[in-house]
Design a protein around this ligand. Structure first.
Ligand SMILES: [Zn+2]
Length: 217
């Protein structure tokens, strides 16, 4: 998260005015805005969290503590707040870049996985029938004949679920809604991926059991 500017109007050491950056670490909802000094706390809303932050006076080099109010989203919790002199070039936090990278790439990671699974599901069908033929089970009769249809149906169903997961969604989006839309999209995709994997796993298990049972019959 980018550092937040904070002005200490009256330094606890030299009574001067200093500017600082606050580096805030949050849990839960990772969006945070700064609500101003403690005397505005009445306006900060129920989600505001008081935090005693330790500052180093740039004039005297001594530490002092000042209370700030951080306005957080419901469910979010402040883990730590660190202050830095505003003048210093803010040291880039590698974790910030990492989080940005993950946020940007997560949808693509999900889509890549779906494509991989569509490939696997499609490849599994001819492979399944090839093994069936190899084992001489194509000519199975009665109940066995019906049982051999289970895996291909499951492989097909899994493939369809992964295709559905990839289906582009058309919806309006802007800065205010992007977070919720993105979350909804990723959760939907995650549900489809989980469902597809369950079907795929069932197809694999069904195939293996079927091959073994038919071989030892
Ligand atoms: Zn000072």
């Amino acid at each position: 998260m980018a550092p937040i500017s904070h002005v200490v109007d009256r330094c606890g050491r030299c009574s001067g005015r200093h500017e600082f950056h606050l580096v805030v670490e949050m849990s839960g909802q990772q969006v945070l805005t700064f609500a101003g000094p403690a005397d505005d706390s009445a306006d900060a809303g129920p989600a505001g969290q008081d935090w005693d932050v330790e500052f180093r006076c740039p004039e005297t080099g001594k530490l002092f503590t000042d209370r700030v109010v951080l306005s957080t989203r419901p469910g979010a919790r402040v883990l730590s707040v660190r202050s830095e002199p505003a003048g210093s070039a803010a040291r880039p936090d590698w974790r910030e870049a990492e989080v940005g990278e993950w946020i940007k790439s997560s949808a693509g990671t999900g889509r890549d996985f779906c494509r991989t699974m569509i490939g696997a599901g499609t490849a599994a069908l001819p492979l399944y029938f090839a093994v069936l033929k190899l084992l001489g089970l194509e000519s199975a009769h009665g109940g066995w004949r019906a049982a051999t249809l289970g895996p291909p149906v499951l492989f097909l169903a899994a493939t369809v679920v992964f295709v559905v997961a990839l289906r582009p969604a058309l919806r309006p989006i802007d800065v205010a809604t992007v977070e919720a839309v993105r979350e909804h999209r990723l959760r939907t995709m995650n549900r489809a991926i989980t469902g597809g994997l369950v079907l795929f796993g069932m197809a694999m298990a069904h195939s293996l059991v079927l091959f073994l049972v038919l071989l030892w019959r």
